[in-house]
Design a protein around this ligand. Structure first.
Ligand code: PRP
Ligand code: URA
Length: 213
């Protein structure tokens, strides 16, 4: 499959942090820090073609040309796991709007279930960045993209930390206009829909909810 819209980071800093993120010994505090740091780096790459507007700026020495971001940008974290990517993206784009979307995967069917959506009637941003660490079957991402397209989003990008080939194929087939930016493209899904080698459950590992006994 030709995937011109899939951008997998090859930056050494991303690859170094990714191995730490995957390690089962990485505790939630460190895991959250790594999610934030890798999100910043992947987000930086995803914004390389953001639109700019020219302006004039006065330095202490003289006036000169400058630019500012021209797009109104919306961050759409997919609850829960996407929450950990928000702060990094707000550091990159402090004026971005944040619109939360609640989706969880039914463990039996692996289909996404929407449980939180407070988007206003029509789109308030030009560029939407969907934030979710994991793209597994692609069901959640596809559902989020459909919500945003109905909302009237003009441009949408998907930011992940780890993708499975199955999920990439699902998103690219349904929405070839949506570029995907990720730190890693992994091997495949297991029978429970988890990414291999992956990192386990991104929500549980961030919020320390993996063990209930
Ligand atoms: C995870 C992840 C994605 C989804 C990916 O969320 O954060 O949203 O699964 O799987 P998919 O590509 O097969 O749809 P989960 O449903 O575990 O919810 P959580 O973030 O609340 O833990
Ligand atoms: N969601 C996760 O958190 N991890 C996976 O491997 C797949 C879906």
């Amino acid at each position: 499959m030709d995937l011109p819209n899939l951008h997998v980071s090859s930056h050494p800093a991303v690859l170094h942090k990714l191995a730490l993120l995957r390690a089962e010994t990485t505790e939630p505090k460190k895991f959250r820090e790594l999610v934030r740091e890798i999100s910043w780096l992947v987000g930086y790459e995803a914004l390389a073609d953001a639109r700019l507007r020219e302006l004039r700026v006065r330095t202490p020495i003289e006036e000169t040309d400058g630019v500012e971001l021209a797009d109104r940008i919306g961050l759409i974290p997919i609850l829960r796991a996407g929450l950990g990517m928000v702060d990094a993206m707000l550091e990159l784009m402090p004026t971005a709007q944040v619109w939360h979307l609640g989706l969880f995967r039914d463990e039996r069917t692996l289909r996404p279930v929407e449980y939180y959506n407070k988007l206003p009637d029509s789109a308030t941003v030009e560029l939407c960045l969907i934030l979710d660490p994991m793209l597994a079957t692609g069901g959640s991402a596809t559902a989020a993209i459909e919500v945003l397209k109905k909302w009237g989003a003009a441009r949408i990008k998907l930011l992940n930390l780890i993708c499975a080939p199955e999920g990439v194929e699902t998103v690219v087939s349904a929405h070839p206009d949506v570029p995907i930016y990720t730190a890693a493209l992994d091997r495949q899904l297991n029978e429970k829909g988890y990414i291999m080698p992956g990192l386990g459950d991104a929500g549980d590992r961030q919020f320390g909810t993996g063990h209930t006994d």
